[in-house]
Design a protein around this ligand. Structure first.
Ligand SMILES: [Zn+2]
Length: 461
């Protein structure tokens, strides 16, 4: 008996959690947090539909919270197996999960202090200690190498692009009667973007679980460096403070790299880049540790480590230093997390700077339904941050080309090497209209048999 249950990222983009069962053996592919709307986030607090202590292993695809952020909770619920990840993902998980635990604790403390909680007292979903414990379960697995988990299950990682160390997972399942192969796409990156490697050719398999974040969208072709230079030159001309919300890991390095290249090439004048994130230094060290996993070669890093450490870059690790940024006048750039405006230091910058028409807010990534980033992206002029009314008078610009996710054309291109139809394709990790659009495209153009699974639905393979 081989089955697959979609415990997350089904008709939504967050909470990736796929349970594979072969006879009585169970593993998870990804173990992510639900993020966005309150009803969605609420699922993080609900009892699990399976027994965490029955799970032998978790195979994670990459170090984004919606793919690994639930791991500390799984461990707290009794998981006692192995968590596999690529080596860079393991290093980044170390930084990311501790930080997430810290943010959870800080957030709960802030809500209790300001008495803005409906739960008394507000509790963190997990703590730094939970994160530290979870990290002891990680075991790195290199790209391309088969890892056997007994005779029923073996897997190997393929390069997915997206962020440093991101992977698709190919798994071979054998229940004694039948042998089936399945590929989990993970998050598939774009082709030819700065700093990030292209996704590798996927292996042909019987079953495919394919993401569809941008299943109905297309990133207009533009020169990303050119667009970034325009954005910054305009901000300089307007003496504007350019706020760039960005994931501390990955996106921050990409932005800083691009800005520093533009300064070196004389496309923009030297401008102060403030990185308001205690994680940024650690994350950059990880980029330097794994030169083979991104597109900037080692020599460039040695001669001139302009991924992050340029003289124009000011790092703000401590909260006091972050607060001083409130006084910064334009032109200047502030890069701060979180990327979808769901928490972290960016919230304080937004509270202070959104009402100012001279602020430019650059939205560079995917904004999930229900997040503050999505509301502002949709043009809302009045938002609430920490229960305070905040007017949005700032100029809001979109830089969708810098998305870490492939659009539908790139997804179709990624799937081109498939010569034989998979038996079935499960379209996941997208809001319903995106997943539906991807399903129609795969059905019409490739004649593939697809479905968009429902949350918690189980299918037999
Ligand atoms: Zn991701």
């Amino acid at each position: 008996m081989i089955s697959l249950t979609f415990h997350g990222a089904a008709r939504s983009v967050t909470g990736s959690k796929y349970l594979l069962q072969v006879n009585n053996r169970r593993i998870l592919v990804d173990c992510g947090l639900f993020q966005g709307r309150r009803e969605i986030r609420q699922r993080n607090w609900e009892p699990l539909d399976f027994d965490a202590s029955d799970i032998e292993a978790v195979i994670v695809t990459h170090a984004h919270l919606d793919h690994i952020g639930f791991v500390p909770c799984l461990v707290r619920n009794g998981f006692n197996g192995v968590i596999y990840s690529t080596p860079p993902t393991a290093d980044m998980a170390d930084v990311l999960l501790k930080d997430a635990g810290h943010i959870q604790e800080e957030d709960a403390e802030y809500r209790n202090r300001k008495k803005i909680t409906r739960h008394a007292p507000a509790l963190p979903l997990f703590t730094v200690e939970d994160a530290k414990k979870a990290l002891t379960f990680f075991k790195p697995a290199p790209f391309g190498q088969w890892i056997e988990l007994g005779k029923e299950i073996k897997f190997r990682y393929h390069v997915a692009g997206h962020i440093l160390g991101a992977a698709s997972v190919e798994i071979v399942l054998d229940d004694g009667d039948r042998k089936k192969t399945i590929l989990f796409s993970g998050d598939v990156g774009r082709f030819g973007v700065p700093l990030i490697v292209d996704p590798a050719e996927p292996p042909e398999v019987d079953y495919l679980v394919c993401e569809s974040t941008y299943g109905n969208r297309f990133h207009p072709p533009n020169d990303l460096f050119f667009a970034m230079a325009n954005l910054i030159n305009e901000a300089i001309e307007r003496k504007s403070v350019l706020l760039m919300p960005a994931f501390a890991i990955g996106r921050t390095q990409q932005l800083t790299y691009m800005i520093n290249v533009l300064i070196q090439q004389g496309e923009i004048p030297p401008i102060q880049v403030n990185i308001d994130s205690p994680m940024a230094v650690k994350a950059t060290e990880i980029y330097c540790k794994y030169p083979g996993y991104h597109s900037v070669n080692t020599d460039a890093l040695d001669d001139d480590p302009y991924v992050l450490c340029d003289k124009n870059v000011v790092l703000h690790r401590k909260r006091k230093s972050s607060k001083l940024l409130n006084k910064v006048k334009g032109p200047a750039i502030i890069i701060s997390a979180s990327g979808m405006l769901t928490g972290g230091r960016i919230m304080h910058h937004l509270m202070q700077r959104l009402p100012d028409p001279n602020t430019t807010l650059a939205l560079v990534g995917f904004m999930a339904e229900g997040t503050l980033g999505r509301k502002i992206s949709d043009g809302e002029k009045l938002v609430y941050i920490h229960k305070q009314r905040v007017e949005v008078n700032a100029r809001v610009v979109h830089q969708s080309g810098l998305s870490a996710h492939a659009d539908y054309l790139e997804l179709m291109h990624w799937l081109e090497p498939f010569k034989t139809k998979p038996d079935k394709v499960y379209v996941t990790h997208g809001e319903l209209d995106s997943s539906q659009a991807m399903l129609e495209r795969l059905t019409d153009e490739r004649g593939w048999n697809c479905m968009v699974p429902e949350l918690d639905q189980t299918v037999e393979l």
